[in-house]
Design a protein around this ligand. Structure first.
Ligand code: DWN
Length: 406
């Protein structure tokens, strides 16, 4: 554990703590039955605001190799995720890939789900540190280098310099502690006419009620376009377009280029920057107030679940996502069990609360009274899939913070 004393985007030392979730276990470190009795590391989980570039970031930095080499998360565990990223791959290839010889590099491509969709259209490469995901990626026919992506990686693999027509990074450029070094690495591998597309949860969604459960150690940054714009421009990249995507609450898909002449900036960039200004994403007090609201929402959630369980109601969690473990530990929710479609999570126990995780079939033979939608970002697909459970009278609860001033 290392405490950040300067901003990971601009290097400023004028960084102030604005949110404190107390001590938490790693959100993606599921416990095997035989390890339940062993000590489990808990770490402070605090968030700081940079008064110079307005970046919001974790202050308690974990060594990435402690999290991402044996990483439980798989893109292919969720069908909505598979559909989303394979459509993204096809859309980006349609727009930016002109030849079979064009190279598409995905940074943090996990198990190859996205690149598999375009492997017959162009050259592809997945760079991801997770051993398990790398094996699954190669099994899909996606060439994969199991390593962390940063400037050092490019220096050690000079062949890739200036070769990529398209670099993609989804939910990964929030996970890299030295973000400046990583985006410099992207600039190094991009062709001069290349495009870098990154998709990430949008900080504005967090402010508007998008769930504080997305604050955890592997999320080093909580991005706004405002803070990312100054970082990217500092390494000679510029944002020419941004799309808002209803995924993980609300995400932004940012289109970045090297050469100002090739792709002129469009109105979407100014539009989002204005939306962020109106939300106060460049002001410290916005996040101080968010910290207070998180505390209030945590208390409300705890008392609701405690009251239901006090009346003998069985409450289970749907999905065992990383974010779910933050909610369960922060609000201290001893649910009866969790279900998850990820085979590697079934039969394990949730970090911290040690709640057993089963295959979703458990809901049929051991039905609950209430289901807490821990994977709330897939609510529509889940409600559709579990229509019978709903019709049988089971009540689904969604843990979303209501946006209100405090
Ligand atoms: O940034 C990250 C996000 C994008 O993904 C990573 N740091 C880690 C991960 O976070 P997460 O674990 O919160 O991601 P998901 O995709 O929201 O996790 C959903 C979980 O729910 C998965 O374990 C699969 C499971 N699931 C399920 O059990 N039944 C999902 C669906 C759709 C279902 O029907």
């Amino acid at each position: 554990m290392q405490t950040r004393t300067e901003c990971g985007c601009c290097g400023s030392k004028d960084i102030v703590k604005v949110i404190d979730l107390g001590k938490m276990p790693f959100a993606n470190s599921y416990i095997k039955k035989e390890d339940l009795g062993k000590p489990e590391p808990y770490y402070p989980l605090t968030v700081g605001f940079c008064r110079d570039c307005y970046s919001l970031q974790i202050l308690d930095l974990i060594e990435p190799s402690d999290i991402f080499i044996d990483y439980a998360y798989l893109t292919s565990a969720s069908q909505p995720m598979i559909d989303h990223f394979q459509k993204m791959a096809r859309d980006l290839a349609d727009r930016f890939i002109k030849s079979h010889l064009d190279l598409v590099v995905e940074v943090g491509g996990n198990d190859g789900t996205l690149l598999e969709a375009i492997k017959d259209r162009c050259m592809i490469l997945n760079i991801d540190p997770s051993k398990k995901a790398g094996e699954l990626s190669r099994a899909k026919g996606v060439p994969t280098i199991t390593d962390f992506f940063n400037r050092q990686f490019v220096e050690s693999n000079p062949y890739w310099k200036g070769k990529a027509k398209l670099v993609i990074g989804n939910n990964v450029f929030a996970h890299i502690p030295d973000l400046r070094d990583a985006v410099q690495g992207v600039s190094d591998i991009l062709r001069d006419d290349g495009v870098f597309v990154l998709e990430n949860h949008w900080l504005g969604d967090l402010i508007q009620g998008g769930g504080f459960d997305q604050i955890y150690h592997e999320h080093c940054f909580y991005h706004s376009l405002t803070s990312l714009k100054s970082l990217l421009e500092s390494v000679g990249l510029y944002i020419f377009e941004v799309e808002m995507i209803p995924f993980h609450g609300e995400s932004m898909r940012i289109y970045v280029a090297k050469n100002q002449v090739v792709l002129p900036m469009n109105y979407s960039v100014d539009e989002l920057l204005k939306r962020e200004y109106d939300l106060g994403l460049d002001r410290e007090d916005t996040f101080i107030r968010l910290g207070r609201r998180i505390k209030q929402c945590g208390e409300i959630c705890s008392s609701l679940i405690e009251g239901l369980q006090g009346r003998g109601r069985k409450i289970v969690g749907y999905g065992a996502p990383a974010k779910g473990n933050i909610l369960l530990n922060y609000c201290h929710l001893p649910l009866d069990y969790l279900t998850d479609t990820t085979p590697a999570k079934q039969g394990t126990y949730s970090p911290g609360m040690h709640i057993p995780i089963y295959h979703p079939d458990k809901l049929k033979y051991d039905p609950p009274d209430y289901v807490l939608l821990l994977a709330w970002n897939y609510a529509d697909a889940i409600i559709e899939k579990e229509r019978d459970l709903l019709d049988s009278g089971v009540v689904f609860l969604t843990p979303r913070m209501e946006a209100r001033a405090v």
